[in-house]
Design a protein around this ligand. Sequence first.
Ligand code: PHE
Length: 340
Amino acid sequence: MSKIENIKLKLDQFVIENNEHLENFRLQFLSKKAELQELLGEIKNVAPELRKDFGQQVNQLKQYAQQLFDDYKAKLESQISYNQSDVDVFRPATGITVGSMHPVTIVMNKVCDIFEKLGFEPVSGPDIEDDWHVFSALNFAPEHPARDMQDTFFVEVNPEMLLRTHTSSIQVRTMEQNQPPIRVICPGRVFRNETITARSHCIFHQVEGLYIAENVTFADLKQVLLYFAKEMFGEETKIRLRPSYFPFTEPSAEMDIECKICGGAGCNVCKHSGWLEIMGCGMVDPNVLDNCGIDSKKYSGYAFGIGIERMTMLKYKTNDIRLYFENDIRFIQQFTAASK
Ligand code: PHE
């Protein structure tokens, strides 16, 4: 038995790094003259009551030695094939470049996160829409200028179809398919036939929001927007609501935040007013509710629409919207770290 122990120890300590070592291992443990072989021969001399146990252990040891031999052999062979092939395993690898989040995506996610915390559910809809979902259901008069070729991209093969000019179309689809309470945000890409300049582009992104329930008032809207502004731009942020007009809300307003760049004192960015416009909002016009199958006598609601590029420019203090569409990696890479 002590011989078995002894051989096991030697097996475990044997170092095999090349073919010569491997051959020595074979001679020492697996050849006809190996100690182990002798032990096999001795099984018959062992006292009968111990023979079975002894025989088992010697055989296990032999299997173990064979297994070690096979493993080392396979390992050496795989190394050999590497060394002999044309592959230069020591050549430095080409670096892996990791992408980064687009600044517009970062801000859009942040806006959605804030509203999701308040219970708004994100919903999406098609980029290519019909007149009903973009204009008619939203109370745009048939001759409203926004329908004009000047503002809207129509689909050439089917002029009934157009690229949505706002994500309010998703709100229409949501109202058509659900009854209140409705609390959704609609992030997405929108298209307007505008000249591309430092401040405007023909493609941009919006997050619009809609809340409909019983007894919703303008005060609810104002509180939600104030909360949003503070979460987005910091606790000290001040907001201002100015009367405005949209066909689908009544009353309507535009929301400004105090200019972050000059702290309200007046600068180029805020055109010396101390305020920056960041979204349109208002109480959903009862006509819109009725158009979408919601009882306007029972329910009321508010809606808002945020331009994401605008907000991204403010947040990161960039002055040219076109940078967001050129996708120059040197520009885009700057924002992932900055947003943390
Ligand atoms: N849909 C409007 C736009 O794109 C924004 C808006 C949404 C205004 C909801 C009021 C209420 O300009």
